[in-house]
Design a protein around this ligand. Sequence first.
Ligand SMILES: Cc1cc2nc3c(=O)[nH]c(=O)nc-3n(C[C@H](O)[C@H](O)[C@H](O)COP(=O)(O)OP(=O)(O)OC[C@H]3O[C@@H](n4cnc5c(N)ncnc54)[C@H](O)[C@@H]3O)c2cc1C
Length: 406
Amino acid sequence: MTINQAVVDEGIMQIPSWWKCPPGYEELQTKAHEIGKTELLPRTSLSDQESRYPRESLKAIAQAGYGAVTIPAQEGGIGAGYMGFAVLAESFAHYCSSSTMCWVMHTAAVQTLYSAGSPEQRQRFIPGVLSGEVGALAFSEPATGSHFWNVVSSAPRSGEGYLLNASKSFVTSGGEADWYVVCTNYPDSIETDKLMFLLVEKNQEGVESFPFSAMGLRGNSSGPMKFTNVFVPAENRLGSEGGMNSYNDNVIDPLFLLGTSACWIGIAQGALNAAIDSAKKKVHQDTGKSVSGYQVIRHELAKAQILIDSARNMLYRTAQGMDECSEKGLALSSCLYPLWELKTHAADIVIQVTNQALQVSGGRGYLTGQVEKYLRDGRAGALMGPTNEILREWVGRTLVEVPWFE
Ligand SMILES: Cc1cc2nc3c(=O)[nH]c(=O)nc-3n(C[C@H](O)[C@H](O)[C@H](O)COP(=O)(O)OP(=O)(O)OC[C@H]3O[C@@H](n4cnc5c(N)ncnc54)[C@H](O)[C@@H]3O)c2cc1C
């Protein structure tokens, strides 16, 4: 190849495709963008304006074959590993943050059910999610806030099951999901920790959900939930009576951190694409220049793109590391450190980039619409658990070689 072959179209530099998509995942990425354009984008504004849960969009994602992407292909997954999950989440998020976030949390819930569940439980719940049923994770509690691994609720034994009483502060897909993995304590546990996961189905007596009124991700239905004297039969316990903390480090956090990071990066790219488009189209009659004709604007666009690409490279490198761990049979907890750095960075840059995108878009960016929505949606990243404050502390502790967890 000659040097000039890389530069076509009158000297316009072409960005190599491998910079935006890990090699081998181009087809998956193209499909995800098609779903984004045809299914997610048309519904996203209404979902935001009316805080409407994106059920049809989630159904469309499941119908395309992405209802349980991370489980083995022979059981309904797509055989594309964590890389495939990250490619899908990043691509979907360009078009609708709420559906993407609900889908990411759903995927983490499905993987938890798959990893901790019995063959009978898989048989009972996996076919449903392949045709569009939704799972959710009910962990965070008002009593312990960001420390979602330290829940105070409990579910003692009651006959052939457990009596669950729990107050949850935020549950994505709350009141909309078909089933919930509820994290609670089993008070009489003889395991090293008392954490127990119970599968609660949506219409069970004693389950209440409350509205989600928020700055962004308004279609998410991430409101509080209450479980009052909910009887959960023993056959709906995932794993053991207590001792489930290891699933936080090996299943839930890895999936959640990877998927949400992909989501923040996709939101940032979606916002920047919209800003680039508007900067090219808007022309000032007095100077005859487009907004993109001003060097200061181009520098702002460049700074934003470099931030996104720094996070995207971390995303795909981390997903690759997770896939390598799985192939070698290593625990995913060995990937937590890069995941902490990744999530902190992705959630930081989405705030910066969506802000830059709005600035470049001028007053039009501030009007109710696509760009300000990206900014509101992306702002949730740093607050969602593990929060950026907590993650930076864990990274810092690791750097000075003291235990990350107290
Ligand atoms: C849109 C959205 C969706 C969510 N979805 C879910 C879900 O599906 N399931 C679920 O279980 N949870 C969910 N959450 C909850 C989320 O994971 C966090 O637990 C929650 O946002 C923490 O909020 P809080 O008000 O309890 O924070 P607080 O704990 O009150 O924290 C307040 C501030 O203190 C900081 N802080 C807290 N502890 C420490 C510490 N040890 N060191 C340093 N700083 C600290 C925090 O970073 C934050 O800045 C969701 C949250 C949001 C916003």
